[in-house]
Design a protein around this ligand. Structure first.
Ligand code: MSP
Length: 532
């Protein structure tokens, strides 16, 4: 994913259609959106995929709790996610739903392919099953009181016929792949975690559930009494959306042999640390089994907690991104989540931190834009002066290179911090140059031109740097600077800053007395069930 890359296929996890979007889902999606926008700006051909995970026991149970059919629940919840992403200007190219016919056909073709290649067999399975996590756990993995080690929910002892994928046969290949591609899993801590996991012999993976126990799934093509395990179904979404597989075509022409005409392999899977094993072990071994190329990279980010507590509906501390948006605007929420969490690490939502980050937007960026544009308006009749505007060129250079390095290294928070630093520097430049004093002195008019030109040029650069995080506000900033749209970084570098017709407007990041209360009220009260 270099800035010169021709294409970038980026994916988020597909979110369970059993709960409302919260800031955890929003974070992964914002991160993917920021990277997608960054790559588009750099001229790449981008495909950005998100969607909803709609099969399995979790959905079936939630639907019956709400007295809805599973399909009706999924329709409703897929709509909720789509609505949320629209509100937050998420620029996805494809929203996949695993109940789509196209996806079902690809899943069936995929498992048939594994079977044809001899990687699937039937056997009895007995083990500890967590409905909540929709997976079996080994005795050793179980937490206190026989609870699942992820959510601490009860597990059940289950014995049944299952179809198995010979995952164990691909353990060595996977280990070799990770060794040979040290950047494959980012950050390194997560790579080490996977390597640790792979030190023990891999067990084979149960890929089916008997229909007698679970109706809501995709029937296996070779045994209609079993549905596909929801994680296998879900992971294949990345392939479905890549348009690599043509299920209707005769055997040998279904696209498994050559994916080069499609979006597969993905350039980057963005996931949370909770779903690392499924993405870095199950998924690549399944792909190896099918003879398909592996995704190029996996980014596993940390968790949003509230204070120091895990977010959960039953605890009543789920942070609602929509409530924050209503008060602060979509970009402020994007900014907070992207700027606050160092990629890969955990971060904590607190109303105080949210407000601090908002203040940063208002006082540093908003203030810079407003004073620069007002002065251009007042001293130069709203047209930026022609002439030298290179007062901050050295800082711009440094910022651009720090920003690009950080983005390429997937450290979006650092890229944004570099951009905000440039805005801070520009505010310092205003203090130093004292344009109000320059304006009063007839001898210093060319100096004033240079000050104003430099500020305009810096704002143009900032609009391009901050577009991936704040598409709405940066589009507005570009408009106020008299530009037809936000320039790409390359274009921005070439804009001198002179001759722009600026437009004063209301603050980009307004403030009011209700903000503190709103940041606290976004932490929702207790609800009936845990989210996730
Ligand atoms: N449906 C599966 C994923 C299948 S992908 C083939 C799933 N869905 S989920 O609705 O639980 O959302 C998973 C993703 O949401 C996590 O991987 C993570 O990206 C994000 N988050 C959910 N809660 C989170 C936090 N509290 N903090 C940060 N992100 C978390 O798992």
């Amino acid at each position: 994913m270099s800035p010169r890359a021709h294409r970038a296929y980026l994916t988020t996890p597909i979110y369970y259609a059993s709960g409302e979007p919260h800031i955890g889902h929003a974070y992964t999606t914002f991160l993917a959106d920021a990277l997608a926008r960054y790559h588009r700006q750099a001229g790449a051909d981008v495909r950005f995929l998100t969607g909803t995970d709609e099969h399995g026991q979790k959905i079936q149970e939630e639907a019956s709790r709400r007295q809805l059919s599973p399909q009706a629940l999924c329709d409703q919840m897929a709509g909720r996610f789509q609505e949320a992403w629209k509100e937050f200007d998420i620029s996805y190219d494809r929203f996949i739903r695993t109940t789509e016919e196209e996806h079902k056909a690809v899943v069936r073709a995929f498992v048939q392919r594994l079977k044809d290649r001899g990687h699937i067999y039937a056997s009895e399975y007995e083990g500890w099953y967590s409905v909540h996590e929709e997976r079996f756990f080994t005795e050793k993995e179980l937490g206190p009181d026989r609870t699942d080690p992820v959510a601490g929910r009860p597990v059940e002892r289950i014995r049944e016929k299952n179809w198995f994928f010979r995952m164990s046969a691909f353990q060595e290949d996977l280990i070799r792949h990770i060794r040979e591609n040290p950047d494959w899993i980012y950050p390194e801590m997560r790579r080490n975690e996977v390597m640790g996991f792979l030190q023990k012999p891999l067990e084979d993976l149960s890929i089916s559930r008997p229909r007698s126990r679970l109706e809501w799934g995709i029937p296996l093509p070779f045994d209609e009494d079993h549905v596909t395990y929801v994680w296998v179904d879900a992971l294949i979404n990345y392939l479905t959306a890549s348009q690599a597989i043509r299920p209707g075509a005769p055997a040998g022409e279904q696209g498994f042999e050559d994916t080069s005409a499609s979006w597969w392999p993905a350039d980057l899977h963005l996931i949370g640390k909770d779903i690392l094993t499924t993405h870095a072990v199950y998924w690549p071994t399944l792909l190896l089994g099918a003879g398909l190329p592996l995704p190029k990279r996996i980014l596993s980010h940390g968790w949003w907690v509230v204070g120091d507590t895990k977010m959960s509906k039953s605890l009543g501390n789920v942070v609602d991104p929509m409530a924050l948006r209503d008060e602060f605007g979509s970009d402020a929420v994007r900014w907070y989540l992207l700027r606050e969490m160092p990629t890969g690490q955990d971060a904590s939502y607190t109303p105080e931190r949210f407000l601090t980050r908002y203040e940063e937007l208002a006082n540093v960026l908003g203030n810079l834009a407003s004073r620069a544009i007002s002065m251009i308006d007042k001293y130069r009749d709203g047209i930026t002066p022609e002439g030298p505007a290179s007062g901050l060129d050295a800082d711009i250079e440094t910022t651009l290179s720090a920003y690009q390095d950080a983005m390429e290294g997937l450290k979006v928070n650092e890229a944004l911090s570099a951009a905000m630093e440039l805005a801070r520097t520009a505010n310092g430049y205003v203090e130093e140059r004292e344009p109000w004093a320059q304006a009063r002195d007839p001898e210093r008019q060319s100096g004033l031109d240079e000050t104003l030109g430099t500020l305009a040029r810096t704002l143009v650069i900032l609009s391009a740097l901050l577009l991936p995080a704040m598409p709405d506000r940066m589009t507005e900033l570009a408009r106020r600077l008299g530009l037809p749209g936000v320039p790409t970084l390359e274009e921005a570098k070439g804009i001198s800053g002179g001759g722009l017709s600026v437009d004063k407007g209301a603050p980009l990041f307004p403030r009011n007395d209700n903000m503190g209360e709103a940041a606290s009220a976004a932490v929702l009260g207790p609800g009936p069930a845990e989210v996730r």
